[in-house]
Design a binder for this molecule. Structure first.
Ligand code: NAP
Length: 243
């Protein structure tokens, strides 16, 4: 059974991806900080839960040491903090966004690349965002981090040319997960306002894109998938049925 590693599998897109990967016949290794949640999901899908903090190099090393083989890595852990203008930028929030999205995905990719190559048919999927190529007011820190992730993937695509590893970037628009709750520091009202009057994507919609990219024959590299709700044309243009 080929092994798939999913980071940020304790909620949202990562958890939905873990479910579809298990359904598709992979042995699934789940990583995130909230171990209890991971263990519940691991039990449901017969996977393996391993504590992981991608902002901590020693945690990434310990996580990687628990994974014998890896055919698919879904680098999904990350998120946004705050919506301050650049003039009000909070350095700690920016630092976390860089650590979790940029350095975190580099660390996990670096640790598992030898196993992806060794599998003979490896696949690195990274969940970035439309913020990887668009900007919006208050989103500078998150967009800068997601732009950086995209640059990293494009570089890796060049560096791995000739190796048996596919590289796919999945860039979603608005997905209703815990993303906005985290961004607004647990403020449920602020989080629910983000999706008011429009129909966002669900985590399962993104997971299905990941499943599709992985299910292509080994010589087919789906470079990038951009997926948005029908109600969203850009990061800022959103149709809402209620004002
Ligand atoms: P979510 O429900 O908040 O999930 C984020 C996941 O990342 C959680 O499992 C969280 O687990 C994990 N995580 C955060 N920090 C971590 C760390 N230091 N180490 C390990 N795991 C960490 O949000 P989501 O929407 O599913 O987000 C998944 C990815 O999609 C993120 O990269 C996000 O930027 C991207 N994205 C989301 C949207 C959206 O609208 N929702 C749109 C575009 C892109 P723990 O807290 O348990 O560690």
């Amino acid at each position: 059974m080929p092994a798939a590693v999913i980071t940020g599998a304790s909620s949202g897109i990562g958890a939905a991806t873990a479910r579809v990967m298990a359904e598709s016949g992979f042995e699934v290794f789940l990583g995130a900080r909230r171990l209890q949640r991971l263990e519940a999901l691991a039990e449901e899908i017969d996977g393996r839960a391993i504590a992981l903090d991608v902002t901590d190099p020693s945690s990434v090393a310990a996580f990687a040491a628990e994974i014998p083989d890896c055919a698919v890595l879904v680098n999904n852990a990350g998120g946004a903090l705050g919506l301050d203008s650049l003039r009000e930028a909070d350095e700690d929030e920016w630092r976390w966004m860089y650590e979790a999205n940029v350095l975190g995905s580099m660390r996990v990719a670096k640790a598992l690349l030898p196993r992806l190559i060794g599998s003979g048919n490896g696949h690195l999927v990274t969940v970035t965002s439309i913020a990887a190529f668009e900007t919006y007011r208050g989103g500078a820190g998150y967009s800068a981090a997601k732009h950086a992730q995209r640059a990293m993937l494009r570089t890796l695509r060049l560096e791995l040319l000739g190796e048996p590893v596919r590289i796919t970037e999945v860039a979603p628009g608005m997905v209703e997960t815990e993303f906005s709750l985290v961004r607004f520091g647990g403020d449920e009202e602020a989080a629910s306002r983000v999706y008011e009057g429009m129909e966002p994507l669900g985590a399962e919609d993104v997971a299905e894109c990941i499943r599709w990219a992985i299910s292509q024959p080994p010589h087919v590299n789906v470079d990038e998938i951009v997926i948005r709700p029908r109600d969203q044309a850009t990061a800022t243009e959103v149709h809402r049925s209620r004002p």
